[in-house]
Design a protein around this ligand. Structure first.
Ligand SMILES: Cc1cc2nc3c(=O)[nH]c(=O)nc-3n(C[C@H](O)[C@H](O)[C@H](O)COP(=O)(O)O)c2cc1C
Length: 175
């Protein structure tokens, strides 16, 4: 069982409600939550920012360019990094080794400190059904480049890519 998790919420509407549900049901694990800039914006648009924040022991918003808190991975503060939901933008950066945002820096530093990472990408299937902020159902068709980056990420050592909120819950429960 993980004792302390670093959980990054990126700017995705897809899987956001399910992510809030998983976080609310977690027991016996301490969570530090970090919102990317887009993550805070999108969570607020869906009316979920406060719900998500309330699930964490501490909650932080991206507020610097150098992601200073990434140093905590080397210091052994976290047993795992969870990025859920993970936007196509963040997945692409992580897969390419770019580290220029909170989420991509945390991913890079977790990897360099051998802290396991669990990622729930929004863009993992050729077609997904998502809901707009007004609750309207829409179809989104990720591009080949989005699917390719997700696939590349799944081959990183120490990284578990999960393809549904249920799978994420299972990985957390069995850790
Ligand atoms: C309401 C709303 C919902 C969004 N949902 C998604 C999504 O489900 N998946 C995705 O890849 N991007 C989504 N985006 C776009 C991202 O927020 C945008 O690419 C942002 O730059 C990602 O930054 P981040 O990866 O640092 O969080 C959404 C944007 C808005 C405004």
């Amino acid at each position: 069982m993980f004792e302390k998790i670093c959980w990054v919420v990126t700017g995705a509407g897809h899987f956001l409600g399910e992510t809030a549900g998983i976080l609310a049901s977690l027991r016996g694990v301490r969570v530090d939550m970090y919102f990317t800039r887009a993550g805070a914006e999108v969570a607020a648009k869906y009316g979920l920012f406060k719900n998500l924040e309330a699930c964490a022991e501490h909650a932080f918003r991206e507020n610097d360019y150098s992601a200073g808190s990434a140093i905590y991975f080397a210091g052994g503060r976290y047993d795992a990094l969870v990025i859920a939901p993970a936007t196509a933008n963040t997945v692409a950066k992580c897969a390419l080794g770019v580290a220029d945002s909170l989420a991509s820096n945390f991913f890079a530093q977790a990897g360099k400190s051998e802290v396991p990472a669990i990622i729930l990408p929004t863009d993992a299937k050729t077609e997904i059904e998502s809901a707009t902020i007004s609750g309207r159902k829409i179809k989104v068709r990720p591009r080949p480049v989005d699917l390719q980056r997700t696939e590349e990420l799944s081959r990183f050592p120490g990284v578990t890519v999960v393809y549904s909120p249920e799978e994420l819950r299972g990985v957390l429960d069995s850790a």
